[in-house]
Design a protein around this ligand. Structure first.
Ligand code: AMP
Ligand code: ZN
Length: 487
Protein backbone atom coordinates (compact mmCIF):
# COMPACT_ATOMS: atom_id res chain seq x y z
CA UNK A 1 0.00 0.00 0.00
CA UNK A 2 1.24 3.48 -0.85
CA UNK A 3 0.41 6.40 1.41
CA UNK A 4 1.25 10.07 1.10
CA UNK A 5 3.50 10.92 4.02
CA UNK A 6 3.38 14.60 5.01
CA UNK A 7 6.75 14.20 6.71
CA UNK A 8 8.62 13.17 3.55
CA UNK A 9 6.23 14.92 1.14
CA UNK A 10 6.09 11.72 -0.92
CA UNK A 11 3.83 8.81 -1.58
CA UNK A 12 5.65 5.93 0.10
CA UNK A 13 5.14 2.21 0.34
CA UNK A 14 3.79 1.49 3.80
CA UNK A 15 6.21 -0.62 5.80
CA UNK A 16 5.00 -1.56 9.26
CA UNK A 17 7.29 -1.55 12.29
CA UNK A 18 6.14 -5.05 13.17
CA UNK A 19 5.31 -7.39 10.31
CA UNK A 20 1.58 -7.80 9.83
CA UNK A 21 0.68 -5.11 12.40
CA UNK A 22 -0.32 -1.49 11.93
CA UNK A 23 -0.64 0.97 14.79
CA UNK A 24 -2.60 4.14 14.17
CA UNK A 25 -3.13 7.22 16.35
CA UNK A 26 -5.84 9.67 15.32
CA UNK A 27 -6.17 13.09 16.92
CA UNK A 28 -9.68 13.12 18.28
CA UNK A 29 -12.27 15.77 18.99
CA UNK A 30 -12.13 18.62 21.44
CA UNK A 31 -15.36 17.94 23.25
CA UNK A 32 -16.79 21.41 23.88
CA UNK A 33 -19.40 21.30 21.13
CA UNK A 34 -20.93 18.94 18.58
CA UNK A 35 -18.50 17.72 15.95
CA UNK A 36 -19.22 19.37 12.60
CA UNK A 37 -19.22 17.46 9.35
CA UNK A 38 -15.71 18.75 8.59
CA UNK A 39 -14.38 17.18 11.79
CA UNK A 40 -16.25 14.00 10.96
CA UNK A 41 -14.50 13.79 7.60
CA UNK A 42 -11.23 13.30 9.55
CA UNK A 43 -12.64 10.20 11.22
CA UNK A 44 -14.21 8.81 8.06
CA UNK A 45 -10.78 9.14 6.44
CA UNK A 46 -9.02 7.47 9.40
CA UNK A 47 -11.64 4.72 9.25
CA UNK A 48 -10.97 4.08 5.55
CA UNK A 49 -7.27 3.81 6.40
CA UNK A 50 -8.07 1.39 9.24
CA UNK A 51 -10.33 -0.74 7.02
CA UNK A 52 -7.92 -0.66 4.06
CA UNK A 53 -5.08 -1.95 6.23
CA UNK A 54 -7.32 -4.73 7.53
CA UNK A 55 -8.33 -5.57 3.95
CA UNK A 56 -4.63 -5.88 3.19
CA UNK A 57 -4.27 -8.36 6.04
CA UNK A 58 -2.81 -6.17 8.78
CA UNK A 59 -3.85 -6.49 12.37
CA UNK A 60 -4.73 -2.91 13.23
CA UNK A 61 -4.48 -1.23 16.60
CA UNK A 62 -6.19 2.14 16.50
CA UNK A 63 -6.28 4.78 19.22
CA UNK A 64 -8.35 7.97 19.16
CA UNK A 65 -7.97 10.53 21.90
CA UNK A 66 -10.63 12.73 23.45
CA UNK A 67 -9.36 16.23 24.16
CA UNK A 68 -11.28 17.17 27.27
CA UNK A 69 -8.84 19.69 28.72
CA UNK A 70 -6.13 22.11 27.65
CA UNK A 71 -7.23 23.16 24.14
CA UNK A 72 -7.30 26.93 24.37
CA UNK A 73 -9.29 29.22 22.12
CA UNK A 74 -6.09 30.45 20.53
CA UNK A 75 -3.18 28.40 19.22
CA UNK A 76 -0.73 30.72 20.96
CA UNK A 77 -1.32 29.37 24.47
CA UNK A 78 -3.55 32.17 25.60
CA UNK A 79 -7.21 32.75 26.16
CA UNK A 80 -9.70 30.45 27.77
CA UNK A 81 -9.85 26.69 27.65
CA UNK A 82 -12.58 25.82 25.11
CA UNK A 83 -14.31 23.44 27.52
CA UNK A 84 -14.18 25.80 30.49
CA UNK A 85 -15.60 28.57 28.32
CA UNK A 86 -18.48 26.38 27.11
CA UNK A 87 -19.18 25.39 30.73
CA UNK A 88 -19.30 29.00 31.82
CA UNK A 89 -21.59 29.99 28.98
CA UNK A 90 -23.96 27.10 29.53
CA UNK A 91 -23.73 27.30 33.33
CA UNK A 92 -22.70 23.65 33.55
CA UNK A 93 -19.67 21.91 34.94
CA UNK A 94 -16.72 21.45 32.59
CA UNK A 95 -16.91 17.71 33.27
CA UNK A 96 -20.54 17.56 32.19
CA UNK A 97 -19.77 19.47 29.00
CA UNK A 98 -16.91 17.12 28.15
CA UNK A 99 -18.89 13.95 28.89
CA UNK A 100 -21.93 15.12 26.98
CA UNK A 101 -20.05 16.00 23.80
CA UNK A 102 -17.89 12.90 24.00
CA UNK A 103 -21.08 10.81 24.01
CA UNK A 104 -22.44 12.80 21.06
CA UNK A 105 -19.23 12.24 19.15
CA UNK A 106 -19.39 8.51 19.71
CA UNK A 107 -22.99 8.49 18.54
CA UNK A 108 -21.99 10.34 15.34
CA UNK A 109 -19.17 8.01 14.48
CA UNK A 110 -21.39 5.00 15.10
CA UNK A 111 -23.99 6.40 12.70
CA UNK A 112 -21.23 6.90 10.13
CA UNK A 113 -20.36 3.20 10.42
CA UNK A 114 -16.86 4.06 11.65
CA UNK A 115 -15.17 1.11 13.32
CA UNK A 116 -14.65 1.99 16.97
CA UNK A 117 -10.96 2.27 17.80
CA UNK A 118 -9.39 -0.29 20.11
CA UNK A 119 -9.11 2.52 22.61
CA UNK A 120 -10.58 5.94 23.19
CA UNK A 121 -8.24 7.78 25.54
CA UNK A 122 -9.15 10.90 27.49
CA UNK A 123 -6.61 13.60 28.28
CA UNK A 124 -8.04 14.02 31.80
CA UNK A 125 -7.47 10.32 32.52
CA UNK A 126 -3.76 10.69 31.75
CA UNK A 127 -2.59 13.68 33.76
CA UNK A 128 0.05 11.59 35.55
CA UNK A 129 1.58 10.45 32.26
CA UNK A 130 1.61 14.01 30.94
CA UNK A 131 3.31 15.34 34.08
CA UNK A 132 5.90 12.55 33.85
CA UNK A 133 6.68 13.49 30.26
CA UNK A 134 7.03 17.18 31.10
CA UNK A 135 9.35 16.23 33.97
CA UNK A 136 11.47 14.23 31.57
CA UNK A 137 11.70 17.22 29.23
CA UNK A 138 12.58 19.43 32.18
CA UNK A 139 15.37 17.09 33.25
CA UNK A 140 16.77 17.17 29.71
CA UNK A 141 16.76 20.98 29.72
CA UNK A 142 14.01 21.58 27.16
CA UNK A 143 11.73 23.66 29.36
CA UNK A 144 11.55 27.06 31.01
CA UNK A 145 9.09 28.75 33.32
CA UNK A 146 7.12 31.95 32.78
CA UNK A 147 4.53 33.55 35.01
CA UNK A 148 1.76 31.54 33.36
CA UNK A 149 3.29 28.15 32.80
CA UNK A 150 6.06 25.79 31.77
CA UNK A 151 7.11 26.17 28.14
CA UNK A 152 8.98 24.06 25.61
CA UNK A 153 12.06 25.75 24.20
CA UNK A 154 11.83 25.03 20.47
CA UNK A 155 15.24 26.60 19.76
CA UNK A 156 16.82 23.53 21.37
CA UNK A 157 15.77 21.38 18.39
CA UNK A 158 17.61 21.53 15.09
CA UNK A 159 14.72 20.15 13.09
CA UNK A 160 11.76 21.85 14.75
CA UNK A 161 9.11 22.43 12.07
CA UNK A 162 10.24 19.57 9.80
CA UNK A 163 6.68 18.31 9.40
CA UNK A 164 5.37 21.46 7.76
CA UNK A 165 8.72 22.39 6.22
CA UNK A 166 7.98 25.98 7.19
CA UNK A 167 10.37 28.25 8.99
CA UNK A 168 9.06 29.85 12.17
CA UNK A 169 8.85 33.26 10.53
CA UNK A 170 6.92 31.93 7.53
CA UNK A 171 4.57 29.93 9.66
CA UNK A 172 3.70 32.86 11.80
CA UNK A 173 3.62 35.53 9.15
CA UNK A 174 0.25 37.19 9.50
CA UNK A 175 -0.78 34.99 12.40
CA UNK A 176 -1.94 36.76 15.50
CA UNK A 177 0.49 35.18 17.91
CA UNK A 178 1.33 36.89 21.14
CA UNK A 179 4.83 36.41 22.44
CA UNK A 180 4.00 37.09 26.07
CA UNK A 181 7.02 35.93 28.04
CA UNK A 182 7.88 33.25 25.52
CA UNK A 183 11.51 33.22 24.40
CA UNK A 184 10.73 32.24 20.82
CA UNK A 185 7.60 32.65 18.82
CA UNK A 186 7.21 28.89 18.26
CA UNK A 187 7.67 27.92 21.94
CA UNK A 188 4.54 26.39 23.41
CA UNK A 189 2.99 25.57 26.79
CA UNK A 190 3.49 22.16 28.37
CA UNK A 191 1.77 23.07 31.61
CA UNK A 192 -0.38 26.13 32.29
CA UNK A 193 -0.93 27.51 35.77
CA UNK A 194 -4.52 27.96 36.84
CA UNK A 195 -5.39 31.64 36.95
CA UNK A 196 -5.23 32.73 40.59
CA UNK A 197 -8.49 32.52 42.50
CA UNK A 198 -9.78 34.82 43.79
CA UNK A 199 -8.14 36.90 41.03
CA UNK A 200 -6.21 39.10 43.45
CA UNK A 201 -4.49 36.16 45.14
CA UNK A 202 -1.07 34.92 44.23
CA UNK A 203 -0.62 31.65 42.43
CA UNK A 204 -0.47 28.80 44.92
CA UNK A 205 1.70 25.80 44.21
CA UNK A 206 0.38 22.26 44.60
CA UNK A 207 1.89 19.27 46.29
CA UNK A 208 3.74 16.84 44.14
CA UNK A 209 1.79 13.64 43.55
CA UNK A 210 -1.42 15.12 44.87
CA UNK A 211 -3.74 14.80 41.90
CA UNK A 212 -6.37 17.09 43.21
CA UNK A 213 -9.39 17.37 40.98
CA UNK A 214 -11.66 20.30 41.30
CA UNK A 215 -14.97 18.88 40.19
CA UNK A 216 -17.16 21.44 41.90
CA UNK A 217 -17.97 24.53 39.90
CA UNK A 218 -17.81 27.66 42.01
CA UNK A 219 -21.17 29.22 41.66
CA UNK A 220 -20.61 32.18 43.92
CA UNK A 221 -17.85 33.97 42.12
CA UNK A 222 -16.28 37.37 42.57
CA UNK A 223 -16.72 39.99 39.92
CA UNK A 224 -13.77 41.29 37.98
CA UNK A 225 -14.36 44.43 35.94
CA UNK A 226 -18.07 43.82 36.18
CA UNK A 227 -17.84 40.23 34.89
CA UNK A 228 -18.47 37.22 37.00
CA UNK A 229 -15.18 35.49 37.62
CA UNK A 230 -15.11 31.76 37.85
CA UNK A 231 -12.39 29.59 39.15
CA UNK A 232 -11.01 27.07 36.68
CA UNK A 233 -12.83 23.82 37.17
CA UNK A 234 -10.37 21.37 35.70
CA UNK A 235 -7.08 21.66 37.51
CA UNK A 236 -4.51 19.39 39.07
CA UNK A 237 -1.52 19.75 41.32
CA UNK A 238 1.85 19.32 39.70
CA UNK A 239 5.50 19.85 40.61
CA UNK A 240 5.15 23.34 39.11
CA UNK A 241 1.91 24.40 40.75
CA UNK A 242 -1.78 23.90 40.28
CA UNK A 243 -2.86 23.97 36.68
CA UNK A 244 -3.58 21.90 33.60
CA UNK A 245 -1.65 20.40 30.70
CA UNK A 246 -1.02 22.18 27.41
CA UNK A 247 -2.94 20.77 24.46
CA UNK A 248 -0.15 18.94 22.63
CA UNK A 249 1.35 16.96 25.51
CA UNK A 250 -1.68 14.64 25.82
CA UNK A 251 -1.12 13.09 22.38
CA UNK A 252 2.61 12.55 23.01
CA UNK A 253 1.97 10.93 26.38
CA UNK A 254 -0.98 8.76 25.37
CA UNK A 255 0.32 7.55 22.00
CA UNK A 256 3.53 6.41 23.73
CA UNK A 257 1.56 4.62 26.43
CA UNK A 258 -0.77 2.72 24.11
CA UNK A 259 1.19 2.35 20.87
CA UNK A 260 4.84 2.77 21.83
CA UNK A 261 7.33 5.04 20.10
CA UNK A 262 7.70 5.08 17.20
CA UNK A 263 4.33 3.79 16.02
CA UNK A 264 3.24 3.42 12.41
CA UNK A 265 0.74 6.08 11.36
CA UNK A 266 -0.49 9.33 12.85
CA UNK A 267 -3.56 11.02 11.33
CA UNK A 268 -5.42 14.31 11.63
CA UNK A 269 -6.73 17.27 9.66
CA UNK A 270 -4.29 19.50 7.75
CA UNK A 271 -4.72 22.31 10.26
CA UNK A 272 -2.79 20.16 12.73
CA UNK A 273 0.39 20.07 10.65
CA UNK A 274 2.00 23.36 11.55
CA UNK A 275 1.22 23.60 15.26
CA UNK A 276 -0.29 20.59 17.00
CA UNK A 277 1.56 17.80 15.22
CA UNK A 278 4.76 19.80 14.93
CA UNK A 279 4.69 20.24 18.70
CA UNK A 280 3.81 16.60 19.37
CA UNK A 281 6.89 15.64 17.36
CA UNK A 282 9.06 18.17 19.21
CA UNK A 283 8.07 16.86 22.66
CA UNK A 284 8.19 13.15 21.91
CA UNK A 285 11.42 13.22 19.95
CA UNK A 286 13.16 15.46 22.48
CA UNK A 287 12.13 13.13 25.30
CA UNK A 288 13.03 9.80 23.70
CA UNK A 289 15.48 10.60 20.88
CA UNK A 290 13.49 8.62 18.36
CA UNK A 291 10.73 9.39 15.88
CA UNK A 292 7.17 9.71 17.15
CA UNK A 293 5.53 8.09 14.11
CA UNK A 294 6.77 6.90 10.73
CA UNK A 295 3.84 8.05 8.60
CA UNK A 296 1.87 11.28 8.98
CA UNK A 297 -1.39 11.44 7.04
CA UNK A 298 -3.58 14.52 6.84
CA UNK A 299 -7.01 15.06 5.39
CA UNK A 300 -8.04 18.29 3.67
CA UNK A 301 -10.90 20.45 4.83
CA UNK A 302 -14.58 20.43 4.15
CA UNK A 303 -15.48 23.89 2.91
CA UNK A 304 -18.81 25.56 2.47
CA UNK A 305 -18.70 28.14 -0.28
CA UNK A 306 -15.23 29.51 0.20
CA UNK A 307 -15.07 29.17 3.95
CA UNK A 308 -13.66 26.32 5.98
CA UNK A 309 -16.30 24.81 8.21
CA UNK A 310 -15.45 25.70 11.74
CA UNK A 311 -17.12 25.63 15.12
CA UNK A 312 -15.67 28.98 16.06
CA UNK A 313 -16.81 30.65 12.80
CA UNK A 314 -20.32 29.50 13.58
CA UNK A 315 -20.83 28.05 10.09
CA UNK A 316 -20.65 24.46 11.19
CA UNK A 317 -23.17 21.83 10.17
CA UNK A 318 -23.65 18.78 12.35
CA UNK A 319 -24.58 15.25 11.37
CA UNK A 320 -27.71 15.59 13.43
CA UNK A 321 -28.80 18.59 11.37
CA UNK A 322 -28.34 16.58 8.18
CA UNK A 323 -30.41 13.77 9.65
CA UNK A 324 -33.15 16.18 10.67
CA UNK A 325 -33.26 17.39 7.07
CA UNK A 326 -33.93 13.84 5.91
CA UNK A 327 -30.44 12.71 4.92
CA UNK A 328 -28.95 9.42 5.94
CA UNK A 329 -25.62 9.69 7.80
CA UNK A 330 -24.14 7.22 5.34
CA UNK A 331 -25.06 9.55 2.47
CA UNK A 332 -22.52 11.92 4.03
CA UNK A 333 -20.01 9.07 4.22
CA UNK A 334 -20.66 8.33 0.52
CA UNK A 335 -20.14 12.02 -0.28
CA UNK A 336 -16.79 11.99 1.54
CA UNK A 337 -15.63 8.92 -0.38
CA UNK A 338 -16.36 10.69 -3.66
CA UNK A 339 -13.48 13.08 -3.02
CA UNK A 340 -9.91 11.98 -2.30
CA UNK A 341 -9.02 12.76 1.31
CA UNK A 342 -6.21 15.09 0.25
CA UNK A 343 -8.57 17.30 -1.76
CA UNK A 344 -10.91 19.90 -0.37
CA UNK A 345 -14.51 18.81 -0.21
CA UNK A 346 -16.92 21.52 -1.20
CA UNK A 347 -20.09 20.71 0.71
CA UNK A 348 -23.48 21.46 -0.78
CA UNK A 349 -26.93 20.05 -0.19
CA UNK A 350 -27.22 19.22 -3.90
CA UNK A 351 -24.09 17.09 -3.71
CA UNK A 352 -25.34 15.39 -0.55
CA UNK A 353 -28.70 14.72 -2.20
CA UNK A 354 -26.92 13.17 -5.20
CA UNK A 355 -24.84 11.02 -2.82
CA UNK A 356 -28.03 9.85 -1.11
CA UNK A 357 -29.56 8.90 -4.45
CA UNK A 358 -26.43 6.95 -5.38
CA UNK A 359 -26.38 5.19 -2.01
CA UNK A 360 -30.04 4.22 -2.27
CA UNK A 361 -29.38 2.91 -5.76
CA UNK A 362 -26.48 0.87 -4.44
CA UNK A 363 -28.67 -0.69 -1.75
CA UNK A 364 -31.37 -1.32 -4.35
CA UNK A 365 -28.92 -3.10 -6.67
CA UNK A 366 -27.58 -5.20 -3.81
CA UNK A 367 -31.09 -6.27 -2.77
CA UNK A 368 -31.89 -7.91 -6.09
CA UNK A 369 -28.64 -9.89 -6.36
CA UNK A 370 -28.66 -13.56 -5.47
CA UNK A 371 -26.85 -15.17 -2.52
CA UNK A 372 -23.11 -14.33 -2.44
CA UNK A 373 -21.06 -16.90 -4.32
CA UNK A 374 -17.82 -16.69 -6.32
CA UNK A 375 -15.91 -13.53 -7.24
CA UNK A 376 -15.31 -10.91 -9.92
CA UNK A 377 -11.55 -11.34 -9.81
CA UNK A 378 -10.50 -8.73 -12.38
CA UNK A 379 -12.52 -5.93 -10.83
CA UNK A 380 -11.43 -6.93 -7.37
CA UNK A 381 -7.84 -6.49 -8.46
CA UNK A 382 -8.62 -3.03 -9.79
CA UNK A 383 -10.40 -2.10 -6.58
CA UNK A 384 -7.47 -3.24 -4.47
CA UNK A 385 -5.06 -1.24 -6.62
CA UNK A 386 -7.19 1.92 -6.22
CA UNK A 387 -7.34 1.58 -2.44
CA UNK A 388 -3.64 0.79 -2.22
CA UNK A 389 -2.89 3.93 -4.19
CA UNK A 390 -3.12 6.31 -1.24
CA UNK A 391 -6.75 5.35 -0.51
CA UNK A 392 -8.23 6.44 -3.81
CA UNK A 393 -11.87 6.10 -2.79
CA UNK A 394 -13.37 8.07 -5.74
CA UNK A 395 -11.77 5.57 -8.10
CA UNK A 396 -12.83 2.65 -5.90
CA UNK A 397 -16.46 3.85 -6.00
CA UNK A 398 -16.28 3.97 -9.79
CA UNK A 399 -15.09 0.37 -9.77
CA UNK A 400 -18.04 -0.61 -7.57
CA UNK A 401 -20.43 0.65 -10.27
CA UNK A 402 -18.37 -0.94 -13.08
CA UNK A 403 -18.57 -4.22 -11.22
CA UNK A 404 -22.35 -3.96 -10.78
CA UNK A 405 -22.73 -3.25 -14.51
CA UNK A 406 -20.33 -6.03 -15.51
CA UNK A 407 -21.36 -9.47 -16.73
CA UNK A 408 -20.20 -11.21 -13.55
CA UNK A 409 -22.77 -13.66 -12.14
CA UNK A 410 -25.26 -12.07 -9.68
CA UNK A 411 -23.95 -14.13 -6.75
CA UNK A 412 -20.35 -13.14 -7.58
CA UNK A 413 -21.42 -9.50 -7.75
CA UNK A 414 -22.89 -9.61 -4.28
CA UNK A 415 -19.89 -11.46 -2.85
CA UNK A 416 -17.57 -8.87 -4.39
CA UNK A 417 -19.71 -5.92 -3.31
CA UNK A 418 -19.71 -7.15 0.28
CA UNK A 419 -15.93 -7.49 0.14
CA UNK A 420 -15.54 -3.96 -1.24
CA UNK A 421 -17.84 -2.67 1.43
CA UNK A 422 -15.53 -4.00 4.12
CA UNK A 423 -13.30 -1.10 3.03
CA UNK A 424 -15.93 1.47 2.08
CA UNK A 425 -18.19 0.87 5.08
CA UNK A 426 -21.39 1.94 3.35
CA UNK A 427 -23.51 -0.53 5.30
CA UNK A 428 -24.51 -2.70 2.31
CA UNK A 429 -24.65 -5.81 4.51
CA UNK A 430 -27.03 -4.17 7.00
CA UNK A 431 -29.40 -3.13 4.25
CA UNK A 432 -29.67 -6.39 2.37
CA UNK A 433 -32.75 -7.99 3.84
CA UNK A 434 -34.31 -4.70 4.86
CA UNK A 435 -37.45 -3.11 3.59
CA UNK A 436 -36.95 0.41 2.30
CA UNK A 437 -37.53 2.79 5.18
CA UNK A 438 -38.86 6.20 4.24
CA UNK A 439 -37.68 8.85 6.73
CA UNK A 440 -40.35 10.78 8.65
CA UNK A 441 -39.23 14.05 7.10
CA UNK A 442 -39.92 12.70 3.59
CA UNK A 443 -43.32 11.34 4.65
CA UNK A 444 -44.18 14.76 6.03
CA UNK A 445 -43.15 16.52 2.84
CA UNK A 446 -45.31 14.08 0.90
CA UNK A 447 -48.29 14.78 3.14
CA UNK A 448 -47.85 18.51 2.62
CA UNK A 449 -47.69 17.86 -1.11
CA UNK A 450 -50.96 15.91 -0.96
CA UNK A 451 -52.62 18.79 0.84
CA UNK A 452 -51.31 21.28 -1.72
CA UNK A 453 -52.70 19.07 -4.50
CA UNK A 454 -56.10 18.95 -2.81
CA UNK A 455 -56.07 22.74 -2.78
CA UNK A 456 -54.94 22.66 -6.42
CA UNK A 457 -51.84 24.61 -5.45
CA UNK A 458 -49.72 23.02 -8.18
CA UNK A 459 -46.77 25.33 -7.69
CA UNK A 460 -46.27 24.30 -4.08
CA UNK A 461 -46.98 20.65 -4.92
CA UNK A 462 -44.28 20.69 -7.59
CA UNK A 463 -41.82 22.41 -5.30
CA UNK A 464 -42.40 19.74 -2.66
CA UNK A 465 -42.02 16.96 -5.22
CA UNK A 466 -38.68 18.56 -6.22
CA UNK A 467 -37.53 18.56 -2.59
CA UNK A 468 -38.52 14.93 -2.14
CA UNK A 469 -36.69 13.89 -5.31
CA UNK A 470 -33.60 15.86 -4.35
CA UNK A 471 -33.30 13.64 -1.31
CA UNK A 472 -33.44 10.42 -3.26
CA UNK A 473 -37.15 9.52 -3.18
CA UNK A 474 -39.72 9.30 -5.93
CA UNK A 475 -43.46 9.74 -5.83
CA UNK A 476 -45.72 7.50 -7.80
CA UNK A 477 -49.23 8.92 -7.98
CA UNK A 478 -51.59 5.94 -7.98
CA UNK A 479 -55.37 5.71 -7.87
CA UNK A 480 -55.15 5.00 -4.14
CA UNK A 481 -52.88 7.95 -3.38
CA UNK A 482 -49.22 8.86 -3.69
CA UNK A 483 -46.68 6.10 -3.10
CA UNK A 484 -43.14 6.90 -2.01
CA UNK A 485 -40.27 4.97 -3.52
CA UNK A 486 -36.50 5.16 -3.28
CA UNK A 487 -34.91 6.34 -6.48
P1 AMP B 1 -11.10 19.50 16.87
O1 AMP B 1 -12.33 18.88 17.47
O2 AMP B 1 -11.24 20.96 16.62
O3 AMP B 1 -9.88 19.19 17.70
O4 AMP B 1 -10.89 18.84 15.43
C1 AMP B 1 -11.07 17.48 15.16
C2 AMP B 1 -10.50 17.11 13.80
O5 AMP B 1 -11.20 17.77 12.73
C3 AMP B 1 -9.04 17.49 13.60
O6 AMP B 1 -8.36 16.41 12.98
C4 AMP B 1 -9.09 18.71 12.69
O7 AMP B 1 -7.91 18.82 11.95
C5 AMP B 1 -10.28 18.37 11.81
N1 AMP B 1 -10.96 19.50 11.17
C6 AMP B 1 -11.29 20.70 11.70
N2 AMP B 1 -11.99 21.47 10.82
C7 AMP B 1 -12.13 20.72 9.68
C8 AMP B 1 -12.77 20.94 8.41
N3 AMP B 1 -13.42 22.05 8.11
N4 AMP B 1 -12.70 19.94 7.49
C9 AMP B 1 -12.06 18.78 7.77
N5 AMP B 1 -11.45 18.51 8.93
C10 AMP B 1 -11.47 19.47 9.90
ZN1 ZN C 1 -3.09 15.22 18.77
Amino acid sequence: MKLYNTLTRKKQVFKPIKKGHAKIYTCGPTVYDYAHIGNLRSYIFADILHRALEYDGYKVKHVINITDVGHLVSDSDEGEDKIERAAKRQKKSAWDIAHFFEAQFKKDIKELNIIFPDKFVRATDHIKEQIALIKKLEEKGYTYKTSDGIYFDTSRLKDYGKLSGQKAEEKLAGARVKMGEKKHITDFALWKFSPPFPPSCNQGGGEEGDFFLNKTPHLTSPRVQGEEYQRRQMEWSSPWGKGFPGWHIECSAMSKKYLGQPFDIHTGGIDHISVHHTNEIAQSEAAYNKPLANFWLHNEFVVFGKEKLSKSKGNSITLNELQESGYHPLAYRYLCLQTHYKKQLNFSEEALGAAQIALNKLYGEARVLSAPKGECAKLEKEFKAAIEDDLNTPKALGIVWDMLKSNCAPGAKLATLLKFDKVLGLGVDKNLGKKVVIPEKIKKLNQERQEARKKKDWKIADKLRGEIEKMGYEIEDTSTGAKLLKK
